[in-house]
Unconditional design. Structure first.
Length: 297
């Protein structure tokens, strides 16, 4: 201890030197580890480059030019395809609480008159998936345009059904507009689907789901499907479910025309060719249109 006291500076210097030596060793070891890691990453990158160069086709200048041309062709095809999915027409007047309320009431009244003119049954005072807004006097400004677009699509679908002479429209259901408040769903299937609308960032398009349930015979169902296919907007049918209406009053019977009689031959008896029963059809479909109602580029 006496020697340490006499040589305290020397001892402290030795301790400091040992500490620096230990730190230097640790730093060297860390540098070697980092160098090995960098070497590994370089080796992996070289292996990946060699793999790419050995691929068929090889990503050389010629093949990259071909890929660019194909990409341009794909963009051109995408732009052409979008023309088949036009946006909804703009409203005839600026949308506000009063104008949208009037548009909604006028559309619903016109649909009821259209159905009545061809003898199609509807629920009394049916509001075509807009029951929540029957007595509304105020609407959030951000939902007025998307609500008017949904109203336009419901009008198109309902008119297709009416022109196809279905027997009865039971209900129309749709995806809820973000910010829309649902109405009373305690009776019936309600106005809204559980599935929300979907957006496709790759194509800049939106998909709005709908479900319509109606009663008809097979001939009218064929007319509905044909009319949807010819519709000027992007309707895509996702599924069709049908069942026989158990409480229908009477089936529709189609009979052939009586063939001409031969001389002195008794008239041929008529036989039923089709004893068709009324169907309840649930049609699920989507409307495809530009996101945010932007016109296709």
């Amino acid at each position: 201890m006496a020697w340490i006291k006499r040589n305290l500076i020397l001892v402290i210097s030795a301790v400091v030197a040992l500490g620096l030596l230990g730190f230097g060793g640790w730093y060297l070891w860390s540098a070697i580890q980092k160098s090995n890691q960098v070497d590994t990453e370089i080796g992996t990158a070289k292996a990946e480059i060699e793999r790419l160069l050995n691929m068929d086709p090889t990503p050389n200048a010629s093949n990259l030019n071909i890929a660019k041309r194909e990409f341009d062709r794909l963009n051109a095809f995408n732009a052409t395809a979008k023309r088949h999915f036009p946006p909804s027409p703009p409203p005839a007047a600026p949308l506000n609480n009063e104008s949208f309320k009037g548009l909604l009431q006028t559309t619903v009244d016109e649909l009821h008159k259209q159905a009545a003119s061809v003898g199609i049954r509807l629920e009394t005072n049916y509001y075509f998936s807009f029951s929540a807004h029957r007595g509304s006097l105020e609407f959030a400004p951000e939902i007025l345009r998307p609500l008017s677009e949904r109203l336009h699509e419901v009008q198109l679908l309902s008119s297709i059904l009416f022109r196809s002479r279905i027997n009865r429209l039971e209900h129309v259901r749709r995806a809820m507009v973000p910010g829309e408040k649902p109405g009373d769903t305690s009776s019936g299937p309600g106005d809204y689907l559980a599935a929300p609308h979907r957006s496709s960032p790759e194509t800049d398009m939106a998909l709005w789901p709908y479900e319509v349930t109606f009663q008809c015979f097979t001939m009218e169902l064929g007319a509905v499907l044909e009319a949807i296919e010819r519709a000027p907007y992007g309707f895509v049918i996702k599924s069709i479910v049908s069942e026989v209406v158990q409480d229908a009053t009477a089936p529709r019977v189609l009979e052939p025309q009586q063939p001409p009689r031969r001389t002195n031959a008794p008239p041929a008896a008529l036989t039923n060719v089709i004893n068709e029963k009324l169907l309840r059809v649930t049609l699920r479909l989507e409307v495809i249109k530009p996101e945010g109602n932007r016109p296709p580029r």
